[in-house]
Each structure stands twice: as C-alpha cells, then as structure tokens.
Design a protein around this ligand. Structure first.
Ligand code: NI
Length: 461
C-alpha cells in the first residue's frame, strides 16, 4: 500500500516526458509535411516550362526519303529553334528524338530567369554512296546572346537496312583494323599542330590497345571518315578527318567505295599506275640474332625488298646483321636507340635517341638511315621538329607482337591488303619469321609488287 504513491510519481513523470516526446515528433512531422511541398512549389515556380512550339514536317531537300522536322517557339524568354531529321525507322527515330529531349532538358536546367535564353539544334545530312547518310546534330545553348554550351552528335545511317551503323560494325568487329585506324589518327594528329590537345587523350598513349568506345562518334562522306574524340583539354571535342581512300579498305564490303568513286576522290597530283599494285613490308625493333637472319633468307627466296626500322641498342650487338640487311638490297630506318615513347621525353633525350642510332647505323654499315619510325607511332609536332628524317607509320598493323601466331599474321595481312599498304611486322619474334613465307606467297599471289619505303614514297602524293 505504501509503495503505490512511490510508483505513481515516476509513472506521472514518464507520461509527461512521453507526451513532450510525442509533441516534438509531431512538430517535426508537421514541419516536414508542410515545408516540403512549399519548397517544391517554389522551385517549380522558378523553373521555366518550355513553351509550346510550332512543329513543321517536310521532305528533306535533296533526300526525300528523310523527313525534316522543325520546332519553333518564339517565346520572349525561352525561345528555341530545333531542326532535326526523322528516317522512318522506329528505333533510329526514337534515338534521334531522345537526343532532342535531352537537349531540351539541358536547356531548362541551365535556363536563367534574369536574362534571355536560346536553344538551337541544326542537323546536317551528308550522303555516302547511295544508301547511307551521316547525320550531325549541332546543339547550342545561349544566354544573353553568348554561347554557354555547344555539342555535336554524329550518326551513320543505313537507309537500305533502316538502322544506324556503329563503328564496330563498319570495321566488322576487327580489332586489327581498329588499331590501323588509330595509327592513321596518330599520323593525322602529328601533321596538324592545332590538334595537340588530342595527344593527351588516353587512347593516344604509348602502346595503347584501342577500345571501340573511343570511336563511337563518326561520320562518313565521299571524301572523309571523320572521327570525333573527347579530350581532357580545349577544345573538348576534336574532329579527325581521314581521307576515305586511305581507310575504306578497312570497312565491311558494303561500305567500301567502288573503284569508279575512288577515281574521283584521288587528288589530281596523285600518280596512279593502274598496271601495278604495290605494298611495302616493314620490320621493327631488330636486328635480332636468330630471327632477322631467317627473315632475310625468306625475303631472298621471294626476291622481295623490305625496310627494317632498327634499334640502335640492337645494332651495337649485331652490326653484321645491319650490313647484311643493306647488302641484300633492303633499306634501314632509324627506330631510336631504346624504344621510348618520344612524346614523353625531353628535347635532349629525343635528339640523343635519334643521333646515337643514326651514328651506330653509319658506323656499322657506312650508310645513313633512309627514314624514321617513332616507337609506338607516338609523335607530335615537337618530336617531329627534332627528327630530321621523315616519320613513316603503317597502314596495316599485323599485331604480330601481341598474338604471336603465324596464322593470325597471315589472316590480318590477307584481310587488309590494299594498294600502297605499309605492313608492320617485328623481326624479333620467331612466329613472325614462321609466318613470313606464307605472307609473301599470299601477297605475290594477289598481284602486288613488294617495295621498300623509299620506292613506295615515289608513288605516293
Ligand atoms: Ni617498335
């Protein structure tokens, strides 16, 4: 009986504290419930809603198979003018419309209530042969008449099959061809100082195995394969335009230019002897004590002259092989002393790599190297300015150093063989020596004459 009031007192306090707790929770719940919609409401009120546009559809001039769509909204604060293409293919059009929706979304997100805004999208159509079109969408967002965002999107469309073609499909999923395209990209970048930004892109790096995702944006026209690359610098997107005639042999059959169209795209100063087809065989990174002699024997058997891009440090150990190369009518080129990525070296190192190698070639053979090949094909304007000889890359990369398989070397050469090709192999791997007999037999059977780089250059523009 006496304990009851004692226990009543804490009970009373407990109830009081619980009541305060419930009150606080209620306050939080009520605050959250009322403040949240208010915040959302004010946010919605601040965000613009894009005004309705006047939509017009018409046949695209010159290409009636395509529909030209324009959306124009003459709003005072949030105007926009969009022009894009529809193909009639459901999947393709869904993608194109999705781009347009994305552009509109970006416009809303970046729009300012304090100044004038504008969004424009223009689509450029380029035909390729009879059944293909390249589409380039150019989006621009402006504020107070100044551009604050610009973006390009590229598509290549097969009107016959009614679908978009990826770069992977264009090259028939062949990584060796992708590596060859990358070599051409490097060569192009080297000749164009304004593309210096691109040399910092990861796929331009030393000994890099190309990835398809870096080649997702491209267009094809009668004259150019244009690849768009994202860089880390300025400009953020760089276009590399390769002449179609230099790369179309890498395409799947359906996308290769017919011979008649090839004639039209060859520059007037290009001397073409249609009676002869030529390729140049090149060997890098030797001379090697056991592999190079076998290669020289096989070349002799087929009476073929090749070009060897030697390393100075290997010539020191095998000067007699350097002499044998020249004695048997082949050419020697400078491939540096120790095979560094020259782009990453200081000027003094680059000059030293080049000069020591030229000196050891002269010392061993009495002859000067005829051309230069940058290790990994890695070169820029600075490196080129320090190297007095012409830099020679390749148009067919056999990837012999990677797969070390004579069968694959033969297969890659056979698949990619084209007139004026420069074929890259390495005379330091036994499987390359093992492949050579069948490679030379196959090239001769296809009607090609095999020449040195100097001879080939005499025929090139
Ligand atoms: Ni090399």
């Amino acid at each position: 009986m006496e304990r009851k009031p004692v226990s009543e007192m804490p009970k009373f306090y407990a109830s009081f504290i619980a009541a305060i707790g419930v009150f606080i929770i209620l306050c939080i719940v009520l605050y959250t419930a009322f403040s949240k919609p208010t915040a959302e409401l004010s946010k919605t009120a601040a965000s613009p809603v894009l005004p309705e546009a006047t939509v017009t559809e018409a046949a695209y001039p010159d290409f009636p198979a395509l529909t030209n769509v324009t959306e124009v909204a003459n709003d005072a604060q949030f105007p926009y003018t969009l022009q894009y293409i529809l193909t009639g293919s459901e999947l393709t059009d869904a993608l194109l419309k999705d781009d347009i929706e994305q552009f509109k979304k970006q416009y809303i997100e970046r729009a300012s209530n304090d100044t004038t805004n504008n969004l424009t999208v223009e689509t450029h159509v380029t035909p390729y042969m009879n059944d293909y079109y390249s589409f380039t969408l150019h989006k621009r967002i402006l504020q107070a008449d100044a551009q604050i965002s610009s973006e390009l999107k590229h598509y290549f469309y097969d009107a016959q099959a009614q679908k978009l073609v990826t770069f992977k499909q264009l090259l028939e999923h062949d990584e060796a061809r992708l590596a060859t395209v990358l070599a051409s990209v490097r060569q192009f970048v080297q000749k164009n100082a304004q593309l210096a930004t691109l040399t910092s892109a990861p796929f331009m790096a030393n000994n890099y195995t190309p990835k398809w995702e870096h080649f997702s944006q491209f267009t094809l026209s009668k004259h150019y394969l244009t690849l768009s690359f994202v860089t880390n610098g300025t400009p953020a997107i760089v276009d590399v335009a390769l002449p179609v005639r230099m790369v179309h042999h890498l395409f799947a059959e359906a996308y290769r230019l017919p011979a008649a169209q090839m004639e039209n795209v060859i520059p007037a100063d290009y001397v073409v002897d249609h009676s002869k087809k030529r390729v140049a065989i090149t060997f890098d990174d030797g001379p090697h004590e056991t592999v190079t002699p076998q290669i020289l024997d096989t070349l002799k058997k087929y009476n073929v002259k090749a070009t060897f891009y030697v390393l100075g440090q290997r010539v020191v150990n095998n000067p007699y092989l350097a002499r044998r190369i020249l004695d048997e009518g082949h050419e020697i080129g400078n491939h540096t002393w120790s095979h560094p990525d020259l782009v990453k070296q200081k000027d003094e190192i680059i000059s030293d790599e080049y000069n020591r190698t030229t000196d050891i070639i002269v010392q061993a053979t009495g002859a000067l190297p005829s051309s230069f090949r940058a290790p990994y094909g890695s070169i820029n304007a600075r490196v080129a300015s320090l190297v007095p000889l012409k830099n020679v890359l390749w148009s067919i990369d056999t990837l012999d150093w990677k797969h070390r398989d004579p069968e694959q070397t033969l297969q890659i050469v056979n698949n990619l063989l084209h007139n004026n090709a420069i074929i890259l192999m390495h005379d330091i791997h036994q499987p390359t020596a093992d492949a050579l007999d069948s490679v030379l037999a196959s090239i001769q059977a296809a009607g090609y004459e095999m020449v040195t780089i100097s001879e080939l250059n005499a025929y090139l523009p």
